[in-house]
Ligand binder design. Structure first.
Ligand SMILES: NC(=O)C1=CN([C@@H]2O[C@H](COP(=O)(O)OP(=O)(O)OC[C@H]3O[C@@H](n4cnc5c(N)ncnc54)[C@H](O)[C@@H]3O)[C@@H](O)[C@H]2O)C=CC1
Ligand SMILES: O=C(O)C(=O)[C@H](O)COP(=O)(O)O
Length: 371
């Protein structure tokens, strides 16, 4: 099988290189002339897969190692009988742990307890749902908005977007980027929403940059809007709106999903679908791809300060903010930062021993490994 894969996708050689003709390419620079004589294409979010790329190719199978699929023209693939597979949920844990790192950083800087805040979650799929579970397990109240799910959920935490905007202290967005349908998300956070947001609230975007109107956000901040803003995704990536980066609280280079575990989960999902589609029976044993535990920690007292210290052992979000502010000034800096990103580990890579039952249960629900 002739396979073409983005060179930044880890473990492609280990899984596809032994029994196939494997070529690799620079994600942003793939064009129709590279794709001739290709049966299988494996991409990241930065490669647009549509008529322009595939019209003169023999590609039969497209895999994207991403949860988001806005870079894929699914209608075109379906009309042309091209099998397509994504990696839904593969990086949900990583994004949730990124959001918690941001929340604990904010709580530490602004001297508040997370448990005293209300978190509004917009988009309650793989990421939003897991975030809701973990926040509730930590005793944080949440409000939920997802128009496609609210009809089947009668729980009192499901509200309208307007209620979340007026009643949440923190709004975190986990929707796909959509331009059509009953509830398109393009510029969902627009001038009106930003103006309606009470002061001292917090906006977090790890979904897609275009879900926020970045120019409207910059204008509001420039005009003195007093809100906290945390962005991992940007309109016009990789050329983000530089003045916006320098006036928000945390800005990172679209790395919320970049844990080594999520990278392994996503490529395994594509590999398994590839083997199934092409009836490949002698599959590679993927279980030994996952890395081992990295740490054993004994903690006597479990409070927010200790949890914050525990989280910072794994990941300090502010370091990524500093990196982006320096790299973003250089041409190609955004992509370079992502290319050389040291994939962080997930909380489950730490064994925590508190010696007490109740906190062990909470830590387990929170995502750490416990005895
Ligand atoms: N920054 C990063 O590294 C990452 C970003 N993402 C982005 O996050 C998005 C969400 O990821 P998942 O939770 O895995 O996707 P998912 O498909 O499991 O969940 C998305 C949820 O959003 C809801 N939704 C759709 N339109 C909506 C609207 N107008 N208002 C409110 N809710 C709406 C859907 O009903 C669904 O429940 C992805 O589509 C991707 O764009 C995902 C992983 C990593
Ligand atoms: O899975 C998604 O959706 C994401 O946003 C990924 O974090 C995108 O990572 P790349 O595919 O751009 O490396």
């Amino acid at each position: 099988m002739r396979i073409l894969a983005d060179k930044e996708i880890p473990y492609v050689n280990e899984l596809f290189g032994l029994t196939n003709q494997l070529r690799q390419y620079e994600g942003r620079f793939l064009s129709d002339k590279h794709i001739k004589n290709t049966d299988v294409l494996i991409v990241r979010s930065i490669t647009k897969v549509d008529y322009e790329l595939l019209h003169d190719s023999s590609v039969k199978f497209v895999g994207t190692v991403t949860s988001g699929t806005d870079h894929i023209d699914q209608d075109y693939l379906e009309k042309n009988n091209v099998k397509y597979i994504s990696a839904p949920g593969s990086n949900a844990i990583a994004v949730v742990e990124y959001v918690f790192s941001a929340l604990f950083w904010l709580a530490h800087r602004d001297h508040f307890f997370l448990r005293d805040k209300i978190v509004g979650i917009i988009g309650v799929g793989h990421i939003g749902n897991l975030l809701n579970q973990r926040l509730n397990s930590f005793g944080v109240q949440t409000l939920l908005y997802d128009p496609y799910l609210s009809k089947i959920n009668t729980d009192k935490s499901w509200k309208s977007l307007e209620i979340l905007v007026s009643e949440s202290d923190i709004l975190t967005f986990h929707t796909p980027l959509t331009y059509t349908g009953s509830y398109p998300t393009w510029h969902m956070v627009n001038k009106d929403i930003i103006e309606a947001l009470p002061s001292n609230k917090t906006l977090i975007n790890t979904s897609r940059g275009e879900v926020f109107d970045n120019s409207a956000l910059l204008k509001a901040l420039d005009h003195g809007k007093k809100i906290n803003v945390i962005l991992d995704v940007w309109e016009f990536e990789p050329k983000l709106l530089l003045p916006l980066l320098f006036c928000i609280d945390i800005g990172t280079a679209h790395i919320a999903g970049y844990s080594i575990e999520s990278k392994i989960r996503s490529i395994i999902m594509i590999y398994n679908a590839f083997c199934q589609y092409f009836n490949i029976s002698d599959k590679i044993n993927v279980s030994n791809l996952f890395p081992s535990f990295i740490n054993y920690i004994r903690i006597k007292k479990m409070d927010e300060a200790n949890i914050n210290s525990l989280i910072k052992i794994i990941y300090n979000i502010y370091n990524d903010h500093i990196c982006l502010k320096s790299y973003a000034l250089n041409s190609g800096g955004f992509d370079k930062l992502r290319k050389y990103y040291f994939f962080r580990r997930e909380w489950s890579s730490i064994f925590v021993d508190t010696g007490k039952d109740y906190t062990t249960e909470m830590l387990k629900n929170f995502g750490f490994s416990v005895f």
